[in-house]
Design a protein around this ligand. Structure first.
Ligand code: T4K
Length: 368
């Protein structure tokens, strides 16, 4: 049996390049709490992304939980069911009620019209997701938020390195959060960040991620421990040196898939989006059972038999999980597009170094 292939394989720098960073940590004895590597990574990431203020976190979920707390969001928040469960869980952790709105078929992101229709007197914010690193309709969503006095916070977990109309896709809304999990384009083993637009908000977020401390003896809020440690930060500094190469490699893989799959009847690849410089984080396809002659799950199982482990991101929809399924907005009739895409989507393996031969084998199994 051939070697297992997963939906992703984490990018790692040469180990010998990381050892001097570890020696430095061992010498200094600073392992956590805004150490020198943490400070350096905050600066270099902000420069790389072209954003003003960024606050590093232990992971993306804690970044989102803390960002919602920093904005004092309450009541109901309109969000997408087509995402990783962390998006909605972060709302529940803050005592906020998620209200699900449907997505658009082209980019699988929140449909602004459905968002507007879901607004009630209890709505305080919108939480869209730039799913797979594809942009939401940022202008329309901003307009809806402004007209209805709502906050706008983006789950930009997938967007590291994606730019839209010249701006980092991590920089929209009142706040955006990113994930640096092992499975992401840029990883620090685990990690995450909040991107914000002013120094006071960054200060507040930095306090909240550090138990609410404002000084050695003063605590002003119920903060949490969500800090990134020095090991993660040191790795991030090194990973940044390779990020452009990694994205370029992902593009090669993506182009090969596109060439081989785009003309196949019953398979839809993601569209080219005007103004998007993509990070090639995922390679989702939609499989139309009738036109293609096989279901998505048939293809998923066929690949599995050959040791190729794709993922059905995002099936099931978040709205189908136990803690959400009884919400009125979770009803399938409210979410027809998301429901249909969740049945058809399959994310194919994509990572730097996925051999052309293996990729061709994957495509052959899909279309067999
Ligand atoms: N918002 C969104 C939209 C997100 O997608 C996520 C995370 C978050 C928020 C929260 O961010 P974090 O708190 O995670 O920073 C994975 C990840 O665990 C999760 O981070 C990610 N989204 C989600 C989309 O994917 P699983 O359950 O699919 O992970 P897992 O462990 O099955 O990994 C997938 C494949 O990757 C494995 O089959 C093998 C490969 N892999 C994975 C790991 C962890 C490796 O080769 N090495 C590894 O170390 O959730």
């Amino acid at each position: 049996m051939s070697k297992k292939v997963f939906v992703t394989r984490p990018s790692l720098p040469p180990l010998k390049e990381f050892l001097p960073y570890l020696e430095n940590i061992w010498e200094n004895g600073i392992l956590a709490n805004n150490g020198p590597f943490h400070q350096e990574l905050e600066k270099t990431i902000a420069d790389y992304l072209g954003v003003k203020y960024i606050s590093l976190f232990a992971n993306g979920t804690l970044a989102l939980i803390t960002a919602l707390k920093a904005l004092k969001i309450r009541g109901e928040v309109i969000t997408t069911p087509f995402s990783f469960v962390a998006t909605s869980h972060a709302l529940l952790w803050n005592g906020i009620k998620p209200v699900f709105a449907d997505i658009e078929p082209e980019t699988c992101t929140l449909d602004p019209q459905k968002v507007e229709a879901a607004i009630t007197a209890e709505t305080s914010a919108i939480l869209p997701v730039h799913i797979y690193g594809y942009p939401c309709r940022v202008n329309e969503l901003k307009d809806i938020a402004n007209r209805n006095h709502l906050l706008l916070i983006y789950d930009a977990a997938h967007t590291f390195g994606s730019r839209y109309k010249g701006e980092s896709l991590c920089s929209f809304g009142d706040l955006s959060i990113i994930s640096f999990h092992a499975t992401k384009v840029f990883n620090t083993f685990e990690g995450g960040a909040v991107v914000c637009h002013d120094p006071l908000m960054k200060e507040r977020i930095d306090q909240l991620k550090n138990f609410g401390f404002t000084g050695e003896t003063s605590v002003i809020e119920t903060g949490i421990n969500a800090k990134m440690n020095e090991f993660q930060a040191a790795l991030g500094i090194l990973q940044l040196k390779y990020i452009d190469e990694a994205i370029a490699n992902r593009k090669l893989v993506s182009d090969r898939y596109n060439n081989l799959l785009k003309e196949i009847s019953g398979i839809t690849v993601m569209p080219d989006i005007n103004g998007l410089e993509y990070n090639f984080a995922y390679f989702p396809i939609l499989i139309d059972r009738v036109k293609f002659g096989k279901t998505r799950d048939d293809v998923y199982d066929d690949l599995k038999k050959h040791n190729i482990f794709c993922r059905r991101y995002y099936y099931p929809l978040i709205s189908q999980f136990t803690m959400y399924k009884d919400f009125k907005s979770a009803a399938q009739e409210n979410l027809p597009v998301a429901t249909s895409i969740a049945e058809e989507v399959l994310c194919l393996p994509i990572y730097p170094g996925l051999e052309t031969k293996k990729l061709e084998e994957i495509v052959k199994i899909i279309i067999a």
